[in-house]
Structures are given as structure tokens and as C-alpha cells.
Design a binder for this molecule. Structure first.
Ligand code: ZN
Length: 351
């Protein structure tokens, strides 16, 4: 598997991507990274007003289009309150629990572009002082940011330029192990963004003309529900979201295969497209799993909900412990990369 042409490079792109802070609402640098990457390949791109990026590869058939998406926005937080004790209260961006960020190093991004580091902690962390340190609830009330600066009061914090509304990003803690694992926050969905960027690079390098004009939307508001629901050209027939596969008890998704989603909280994905994806996987020896994600929505379901008449699908690498301490394996990345490659080269389904 490690001989697959692009995997080291794909992992390197993912590593760079997860290292760029981009909580939803603060994604300019991550979008810039994708734009620079594509411009080097001489791929035409444009931005939408929401700040997402669209790249288009012209195809032989320009009457019927395809669209693929992956999102660069991630979980994060915002300063909710500058507290009188010299700490910050947070408000979370995206769906996750406070316990998954307890003890995490973070960065506070001020409106003037300054960056301060800090740690997200329970107010009652010190066991030498607080009897209930272990039992106290991990919530907005009890958790706060300890800024790495000498601050005693709210005024000291404000003197640094930190204010309500500043974005807070979490340390990605990215690590690539020698046996093929990639561990990091934000593999959702930067693993897939890396896969799509690598796919476009491969198509350009191999001078491949796609059968259909194909748009790639790097969306930036997925975690709050409306990332990929706009800028879908009317010619678009098939719309494939590439986003993480959800793992857990009862799930068939794993870290080694590509997960093909048959249904999530928004309902079933398009049956015909799902069957086509399975067919492509089987024909090309791509290891896959079919799965249902119970508490999940994607850019594709957001597009359907916003009223687009499209054939929608969802595939992606399996990500363990999603929205927390995420991990996947390069086998899953390879299988996903292969499936998107064969997909963009395939005939459309008849619907
Ligand atoms: Zn996602």
C-alpha cells in the first residue's frame, strides 16, 4: 500500500492543513492555503461571498456537471466573556463537548491579528485546592482559558487587545506514526480536503480531461450546517461530499477503508449514486464499508435541504473519535483517494 504514488504527499498536505487554525468563521488562512496550492497548478479558482473556494476543471461534457466538496472549517471557540479573574470564558463553535478540550493548548486570535497562547482548563483543576476537581461538570461555567500572559483582572486582558468575539483555535497535536497512522484534531474534514487537492494535482499532472465539467468546492461553514449549500451551478447533476466516516459501536466504518454513507440524520443518500460508488469500489479493488451515521449531516445534505435538485452522495475516510482526538490510517486515505479518482472519471448514473 505504501507504494501508492501520492500518499506521503497527501499526508504532508493534511499535516500542513491541520496546522492552520480555521474554526468556522475564521477560515481565511486555510482557504488561502488551498487557493495557493491550486494556483500553482494553474487551476482556475474563485471565492464565494461566504469565503469558500471553488475550482473548476472543464470536462468533455459541459452540459452536465459534477461537484465534489470537502470542508476546511473546523471546531473551535470564541471568547464569550473576559472574566474578572483574568481568565476567558468560551463559547463553542460546532458540535462537541467540553471534556474533549480539557487541558488543550489553544490560541486566541485578536481582531488586530495578534495571537496569544493559552490552556483550556477547569477552574477547579488544582487538586490541592478543589475537593471536587474530578466530579465537577465540564461545561461553559466551569471551564476557562488560562492566557500565557501576566493578567490579574479583566482590564489586563483587554490591555492585550483580547475582546469578546475573538476566535480561539485548538492545538491540532498532529502526529504521523511510522506505521501509517495520522493523529490530529481536525482530520474532519482536512483529511478530505487534502485528498481533493491531491486528486486535482494528479489530474493536472496526468493531463486528464474529465468526462464532465467538475467543480471542487472547498467549503468553510460545514460544522454549522450550511457550508456547501450554495454556488452549485444549475448544470450540476451529481454532488459528492467527501467528509469523514463516523466510527463507534455498531458502526462498520473503520480506519482502513473508505466509508460510503447510505444514510445519516438527514435521511438516505441517493440510492443510484451510492450503488455506483460501490460498483466503482468493487471494480477497482478499493476496500470500502457501507454505513449509517446516526448524528451527522454533510455539505451534500445541506445542499439538498437548501432546495437543489441534485443526486447527492457522501464518502470519506474513517475517522476514530470524531470531534475529539481523531485518528485515521493511510490505508483509509488511499482507499478514499482511489474512489474519488475513479469516480470523477466515471459515467454519471441515469436518474
Ligand atoms: Zn466534517
Amino acid at each position: 500500500m505504501s507504494t501508492y504514488p501520492n500518499i506521503q504527499e497527501t499526508k504532508e498536505i493534511i499535516k500542513q492543513l491541520v496546522s492552520i487554525p480555521s474554526p468556522t468563521g475564521f477560515t481565511a488562512s486555510a482557504i488561502q492555503f488551498a487557493e495557493d496550492f491550486l494556483q500553482k497548478l494553474h487551476v482556475e479558482t474563485k471565492r464565494n461571498r461566504k469565503g469558500g473556494l471553488i475550482a473548476t476543471l472543464p470536462g468533455e461534457n459541459n452540459d452536465e456537471h459534477r461537484m465534489l466538496t470537502a470542508h476546511v472549517d473546523t471546531l473551535g471557540a470564541m471568547v464569550k466573556e473576559v472574566k474578572s479573574n483574568g481568565r476567558l470564558r468560551l463559547d463553542l463553535i460546532g458540535g462537541f463537548r467540553y471534556n474533549s478540550i480539557e487541558g488543550e493548548y489553544c490560541e486566541i486570535h485578536t481582531s488586530t491579528g495578534k495571537v496569544y497562547t493559552g490552556t483550556i482548563l477547569m477552574r477547579q483543576t488544582s487538586v490541592h485546592v478543589y475537593k471536587d476537581a474530578g466530579k465537577a461538570e465540564r461545561n461553559q461555567e466551569n471551564m476557562e482559558v488560562r492566557i500565557d500572559a501576566e493578567v490579574h483582572h479583566a482590564e489586563d486582558i483587554r490591555a492585550l487587545g483580547i475582546e469578546v468575539g475573538d476566535f480561539v483555535s485548538f492545538d491540532p497535536r498532529v502526529q504521523l506514526t511510522e506505521n501509517g497512522f495520522i493523529k490530529s484534531r481536525h482530520l474532519d474534514d482536512k483529511a478530505s480536503v487534502g485528498i481533493l487537492l491531491q486528486l486535482i494535482k494528479r489530474l493536472k499532472e496526468e493531463n486528464i480531461t474529465l468526462p464532465y465539467t467538475t467543480h471542487f468546492l472547498i467549503s468553510n461553514n460545514e460544522e454549522i450546517g450550511y457550508g456547501g449549500n450554495s454556488n452549485i451551478p444549475p448544470e450540476t447533476v451529481e454532488y459528492l461530499a467527501v467528509d469523514m466516516g463516523a466510527m463507534g459501536d455498531g458502526q462498520s466504518t473503520d480506519e482502513y477503508t473508505v466509508s460510503i454513507c447510505v444514510k445519516d440524520a438527514s435521511g438516505p443518500y441517493h440510492y443510484g449514486l451510492r450503488k455506483r460508488l460501490v460498483e466503482l469500489a468493487e471494480k477497482n479493488n478499493i476496500e470500502y464499508k457501507l454505513d449509517i451515521y446516526p448524528y451527522y449531516g454533510s455539505d451534500a445534505s445541506a445542499a439538498i435541504k437548501s432546495g437543489h435538485d441534485i443526486v447527492h452522495g457522501l464518502i470519506g475516510p474513517g475517522i476514530d473519535s470524531s470531534h475529539a482526538f481523531e485518528r485515521t490510517h493511510e490505508k483509509s486515505l488511499i482507499n478514499t483517494e482511489k474512489l474519488v479518482y475513479h469516480y470523477v472519471l466515471s459515467e454519471m448514473i441515469s436518474y
